[in-house]
Design a binder for this molecule. Sequence first.
Ligand SMILES: [Zn+2]
Length: 78
Amino acid sequence: MKLKTALVVSGILVVVIGLILMRSMNQKNIQMNNQKCPVSGKSVNKGHTYVHNGKEYNLCSEECKQPLSEHPEKYLSD
Ligand SMILES: [Zn+2]
């Protein structure tokens, strides 16, 4: 009986640890959005974005939107 309890407890621990890992991975995914402008390489600023293939990219300024829309393949790898 004691062994069974230990198995149940360790099973619960594995699930809890798994959930914590999944949560931290999800948080990483949220931060995966680029923090550097793909055109200039500068830090991005809020409100300046460009959508390519359904993915939103952060930009440093409106100035980078035009070169990006003209040659997205030059600046974006996917
Ligand atoms: Zn830029």
